[in-house]
Design a protein around this ligand. Sequence first.
Ligand code: ARG
Length: 468
Amino acid sequence: MSTPDDNQNTSSLWGGRFTEATDLFVQRFTASESFDRQLAAQDIEGSLAHAAMLHAVGVLTDDEAVAIQEGLKNVRDEIAAGTFDWRTDREDVHMNIEARLTELIGEAGKKLHTGRSRNDQVATDIRLWLRNAIDAISAELTRLQRGIVALAQTHATTIMPGFTHLQVAQPITFGHHMLAWNEMLERDWSRLQDCRDRLNQCPLGAAALAGTTFPIDREMTAEMLGFVHPTRNSLDSVSDRDFAIEFCAVAAIVTTHLSRMSEELVLWTSAQFNFIDIPDRFCTGSSIMPQKKNPDVPELVRGKSGRMNGHLMALLTLMKSQPLAYNKDNQEDKEPLFDAVKTLFDCLRAFADMVPALQPNTDNMRTAALQGFSTATDLADYLVRKGLPFRDAHEVVGKTVAHCVNRGIHLEDMSLADLQGFNQAIEEDVFSVLSLEGSVAARDHVGGTAPNQVIAAAQSALALLDQR
Ligand code: ARG
């Protein structure tokens, strides 16, 4: 919104080059301090390393280095205490901190920016910030996975219907279903680590775009900041935002997975399914319908995936067609990235808290698995073992199911004589095959739903989590 003083000039921070001060509205329009102040801790960490390096190579004297170090720590304390005076006329986090440093320590503060630019500075800050964020998110993801695997262990023998096309397909165990969720998240965890590994290089020293004329030691700053090595090309260093795009891509995939889990929870808590209860503390009621208990947490997480996809699109579009090297466009990387991190963390936190508290209604799940002729494939497999080709067995079972549908009975309600009417090869042992327990127990191979396989798979899943 424009105000009457928008065109009034203010004193310029840009020094000699400018003959008039920045338009006040332009100043507000171009400023980023209101959001990039989130990078303050990383900005100070980077400046401490840069100053220590300038001192080590002889660009700063002992006294200057000590003054800068003490001053930066004081700035850090002011920010932590909430007494720091953030100023829009100082544009961004970098210039706010540097200007305040100079206020506090005088001349030495003006030397901190030797051999660097805000371009390599901001690239460094975001990498440091995102690296921390990935670690926090990975820990929350791991907590969720532990909750899911624990449910799998408790419910390795709990029968539920497995679905394809949302139609009852074959019986599975609830534990097996939980381990499918875990697989999605296991891949997500490794995607996060890939992203972290690739971003873990230090752009400091690239300066504005071409490097610097000072005898800097890039290995030293990289090592001080916990990076594996300095970035290899100064132009790329200040313009690359792949890591932010990659993170948002991973975040979009994780949220897509969470939205699928959410959808299942929403279905399962409905009166029609009634497979699961979500404790009251994760639900809300209706302002008009007194009977309602709504699964708000999964619904909201399902909805968050829309915004996450938006952030990915925003960053891809931001970087598309940008010429080398740094462009001010890049300042637009922060708000999507910051929101993606916060949203993903919150979604994982909500799920990690809620999942261990889920209460499966095991009787209802079992009853649902009895519907829809879920053991029909087992009967066909049985006939194959008796010598029929699978296609013929499929045909026989199809007719048997049609017979049951007409009479309103389950397959296992049929007498042996009636079953033999469809195929003579059927014997008394067919009934163990038609039972839900027999059906799941028979899928006894790696990746199958047999309870002993589920128990073993949960063990391996836990072993992987323990290695983190
Ligand atoms: N606030 C800026 C950003 O986020 C810092 C870098 C500014 N560099 C420049 N040459 N204007 O991208």
